[in-house]
Design a protein around this ligand. Structure first.
Ligand code: FMN
Length: 353
């Protein structure tokens, strides 16, 4: 972290968390944050994931830029790919405030936003207006959710695909947010298979083939994971993102530990990595996995890759360590790949074989 970033973070952390978050988006969108200028990349870091050409395997997780307001800046922040959203078919305000809590002692966050967003149409317009893909460009995906008051949650996902799908480089079916009641029930095998059938049918009507990912919760048992792996392979989806936030509150020390919502950041790391490793074994390496949950260092990103991830995403650690963390992790992985004489694809799952 450079001194300016350190000062900026210290100032933001004196504010209400949601206000600080909104300010950080505004500062990024107005070009007020010094950024690397493009993705960190090298021959060692470059990879193909689900047909996407990634300059490096370190992405921004969904939920930071829900409304695609800071895309040009985020595309130059060092990430190898960016996921925006969640978008729902219709705009909705989300849950009452306060709904975002910093658990600084635990390097964690609790949120219960509940899919506050401008709706698929507005987000699609901003997505489509992002800087064109060029040699510096990175894939930008859209995370998809369902409206809280929807009569048919499953149909909402296909609706967002139809409205916004052609503007995105990949689409993530988010059936794992804990902040929309009963959303996670869509992770059950029958519900998930039906939902994915609708999403893939909608995707198949788009021009070009946009890959479809699913994102799962960390609070699933082995039987549920086996079911999800089977449904994902059969659908077929192009990748699984593991994991979203947890309902668990194990081992927390912060005053806000009792708040309702999804917990992310350092305390999620072990749990999310276990789920990832389990999924890798269930899918036998036949499906690309993206590891997310609690990554705060290159060492932890490395552990996700060894557990079975082809790429990783970060969010909460950026709040504590600044945006420069993403580029730092990518550079450190690059150096370690060179030092250890392994390729990224050899590394993926190597701790699991
Ligand atoms: N995940 C989604 O799939 N869709 C969302 O809209 C979404 N919103 C989030 C909002 C906040 C404030 C946070 C902290 C996380 C959100 N997430 C969302 C989950 C993250 O994408 C990620 O899966 C999770 O935070 C674990 O990664 P981390 O420990 O690096 O933060």
């Amino acid at each position: 972290m450079n001194p300016i970033e350190r000062l900026g973070l210290a100032a933001l952390h004196r504010l209400d968390p949601e206000r600080a978050h909104d300010l950080s988006i505004m500062a990024l969108s107005r070009g007020l944050v010094p950024l690397p200028g493009g993705p960190v990349t090298s021959d060692r870091l470059r990879l193909m994931l689900a047909g996407l050409d990634l300059p490096n395997p370190v992405g921004l997780a969904a939920g930071y830029d829900k409304n695609a307001r800071a895309l040009p800046a985020l595309m130059r922040a060092g990430f190898g790919f960016v996921e925006i959203g969640a978008a729902t078919p219709r705009p909705q305000p989300g849950n009452p405030r306060p709904r975002l809590f910093r658990l600084s002692e635990d390097r964690a966050i609790i949120n219960r936003f509940g899919f506050n967003n401008d709706g698929a149409e507005a987000i699609a317009r901003r997505l489509a207006a992002r800087p064109a893909r060029d040699p510096q460009g990175i894939p930008v995906g859209l995370n998809i959710g369902a409206n809280k008051d929807s009569a048919d949650r499953s149909a909402d996902f296909a609706q967002v695909v139809r409205t916004a799908g052609s503007a995105a480089d990949f689409l993530t079916v988010n059936v794992s947010s804990p902040n929309t009641e009963k959303l996670r029930d869509l992770q059950g095998p029958q519900a998930l298979a039906a939902l994915l059938q609708g999403v893939i049918a909608a995707r198949d009507e788009l021009p070009g083939r946009v890959p479809v990912f699913i994102k799962i919760a960390p609070d699933l048992d082995d039987a549920a994971l086996a079911d999800i792996a089977a449904v994902a392979l059969a659908a077929p989806v192009d990748a699984i993102i593991a994991t979203n936030t947890t309902l668990s509150r194990d081992g927390l020390n912060s005053p806000h530990a009792g708040e309702a919502g999804g917990l992310s950041g350092a305390p999620l790391f072990e749990r999310a990595t276990r789920i990832l490793a389990r999924l890798y074994r269930e899918t036998g390496g036949k499906l690309a996995l993206i590891g997310v949950g609690g990554i705060g260092s290159a060492e932890q990103a490395w552990q996700k890759l060894r557990a079975g991830a082809s790429a990783v995403q970060v969010y909460s650690a950026l709040v504590y360590q600044g945006f420069s963390l993403a580029a730092q992790i990518a550079r450190d992985i690059d150096a370690r790949l060179e030092r250890e004489g392994v390729t990224l694809s050899e590394l993926t799952g190597s701790g699991n074989r």
